[in-house]
Write a protein that binds this ligand. Structure first.
Ligand code: SF4
Length: 254
């Protein structure tokens, strides 16, 4: 089966980058620790549902020590609107204890240590390494898996294979933000059902046989809300990078 050429993959990311110059996670967080907690809570749940549950929590609990002091029962009650909340609450308390015991209460900036934490798999580690520590990792979620296979950008039979395929075709200058561009495109344009092909900036490059083709190519537009800014970005100093919680973007805003 055909797959996208490296040259077209580079054009693919240039178009997504023009459309969203400043992509980032839609999870709200205030420092690397709250980012880690938010990502753990987001497994099989929407970012919006996690943000609703954490908006008050993170105002008072923003360190492992405070989370342990809060306790599993209260945390469970706070996040009970999120799927799998019992397991997630237990994992968050345990990982907080481990961060205190083994990492001085900080989030480690390496994959091995992150993946050793309860509830933290490769995808979660990739998100934390990318967003909190600026590493060029690609966290393959359901949107990226679908998009990479559907467009033939980086086909693979499982998330690890897609991650590897993406690493082969994403130009180095786009690696840092590649997974956010793909997630946002998959979440709001190349949706699982009824992909919005007529509003898709990469329509011409996409190799999906079921796509709706265009008479005229879509031009990447940069709305004022999408222009680069520091708002909503992780601090360049992750260990101390505190910032106010952001409001979740709505699908309509993208
Ligand atoms: S053209 Fe359609 S199928 Fe292809 S990436 Fe765009 S939205 Fe997805």
């Amino acid at each position: 089966m055909a797959r996208m050429s490296k040259e077209n993959a580079a054009r693919f990311f240039a178009l997504l980058a023009a459309e969203r110059p400043d992509p980032t996670t839609e999870l709200d967080y205030i420092n690397p620790y709250t980012l880690l907690v938010a990502v753990v809570l987001s497994a099989q749940a929407t970012d919006v549902s996690v943000n609703k549950a954490t908006v008050e929590l993170f105002k008072v609990v923003d360190t492992p020590e405070k989370m342990v002091a809060l306790g599993e029962a209260k945390l469970r009650d706070t996040i009970r609107t999120i799927g799998l909340y019992r397991t997630k609450a237990a994992n968050v308390i345990r990982l907080s204890q481990i961060l205190i015991e083994k990492h001085g209460g900080t989030v480690p900036a390496n994959r091995e240590a992150l993946e050793a934490l309860p509830g933290v798999g490769r995808k979660t580690a990739n998100v934390v390494l990318n967003v909190a520590f600026g590493q060029p990792t690609i966290a393959v979620d359901t949107h990226i898996f679908r998009l990479a296979n559907r467009t033939r950008l980086a086909p693979g039979k499982d998330p690890r294979a897609v991650e590897h395929a993406l690493e082969q075709v994403v130009p180095e200058k786009y690696l840092r933000h590649a997974h956010h561009w793909l997630i946002l495109h998959g979440r709001y344009v190349c949706t699982a059902r009824n992909p919005k092909c007529t509003a898709c900036v990469v329509n011409e490059l996409c190799l999906y046989e079921g796509k709706t083709t265009l008479a005229e190519p879509v031009k990447a537009k940069v709305s004022p809300a999408r222009r680069p800014s520091n708002r909503g970005r992780a601090s360049s100093s992750p260990a101390t990078g505190r910032r106010a919680p952001r409001r979740a973007r709505t699908p309509g805003a993208t």
